[in-house]
Design a binder for this molecule. Structure first.
Ligand SMILES: C[S@@+](CC[C@H](N)C(=O)[O-])C[C@H]1O[C@@H](n2cnc3c(N)ncnc32)[C@H](O)[C@@H]1O
Length: 304
């Protein structure tokens, strides 16, 4: 009989809050380290630019293994313009020209998702946003691609469109996919769950296209899955939310948008934000020792 079998296993007692108290970040950077990394990036892509062209053709002409993270929020394929009365918006503030996919959403989805792994670096990942109506198409495109599904995140938002004879939709799906098992992931919360409650943002009086992701949601993806100086790619830029968040977090951006009417909006959104303006070292997102001791007073004796 081997030695291991005769020895008694010592059971560790579970102490509430202790693991959280001992939790350490694997990576973190001060603002000046982040800025330095930003200035050092080298790439053959036209960094920090948005091209007004079809993203499927555009991705095919990008160099292989050229991006660190992808945030993709494609058109939903539901004949969306964002101008319908159900959205409660002033029509004049919704920019024209939003490009929808009127036929064969499944083929469109398979085509663009099929382009992702080629442009992703080995440790890169992608967050693909989808409503529930065309989720099937997105999941089967992922299944037939070279990507691996790691998490199926639910984004819970507030104020879905009012309904009379069905439940109000108040969530989106976010598929977190990677190319290789050794993907980069900077866990900056002790217990990050796969349901994210993030309010939609409202910008009264500001012109935009019909859909805009909250900056908090895009920033969360960027902070978990990239380092300062990394290249964040968005094939469907819309209002340039990904570009704004990347700039604000000392990351570079690159992407495509078909609607030329959005050019001025991109410029104005990007001009409003200074380089690094959203940046905070990640340790600032963790609860302080004092806060944890308030919640778990029994932990005092575990502090040297
Ligand atoms: C859901 S919106 C993206 C919104 C964006 N995430 C934001 O926060 O503003 C999708 C965008 O994709 C654009 N689009 C549609 N087909 C495209 C294509 N083949 N290539 C590039 N952009 C496209 C639409 O014009 C629309 O602006």
């Amino acid at each position: 009989m081997g030695k291991g079998n005769t020895e008694k296993k010592t059971k560790r007692k579970y102490i509430p809050g202790l693991a959280q108290l001992k939790f350490e970040l694997e990576y973190d950077w001060t603002a000046s380290e982040a800025k330095k990394l930003f200035t050092k990036t080298k790439s053959s892509l036209a960094l920090d630019s948005i091209k007004f062209e079809d993203s499927i053709a555009g991705m095919k002409s990008m160099p292989p293994s050229s991006v660190d993270l992808i945030i993709a929020d494609p058109p939903f394929g539901i004949d969306f313009t964002g101008k319908g009365s159900q959205y409660n918006r002033k029509r004049a503030l919704v920019e024209d020209g939003y490009v929808e996919i009127s036929k064969d959403y499944t083929t469109f989805t398979k085509n663009w998702i099929g382009c992702l792994s080629h442009i992703m670096k080995e440790k890169a990942s992608a967050y693909i946003i989808s409503g529930w109506t065309n989720l099937n198409a997105v999941l089967s495109a992922i299944e037939s691609s070279e990507l691996k599904l790691i998490n199926h995140i639910i984004w819970k938002y507030q104020f879905g469109v009012f309904t009379k004879r069905k439940f109000v939709s108040s969530h989106y799906h976010i598929l977190f996919v990677v190319k290789e098992d050794n993907y980069f992931f900077n866990k900056y919360e002790y217990y990050p769950e796969d349901v994210w409650e993030i309010p939609r943002t409202y910008h009264p009086g500001m012109k935009k296209n019909g859909t805009k992701l909250p900056e908090a949601l895009v920033s969360r993806c960027i902070q978990f899955s990239s380092k300062p100086g990394d290249i964040i790619f968005d094939p469907f830029m819309g209002n340039a939310t990904t570009a704004v968040c990347a700039k604000g977090l000392y990351r570079h951006y690159f992407g495509f948008e078909l609607n030329l009417n959005m050019e001025e909006i991109h410029q104005s959104n990007l001009d409003k934000i200074a380089l690094g303006a959203f940046y905070h070292p990640l340790k600032e997102f963790l609860p302080t020792q004092e806060k944890l001791l308030e919640k778990y007073p029994h932990l005092k004796k575990h502090i040297e």
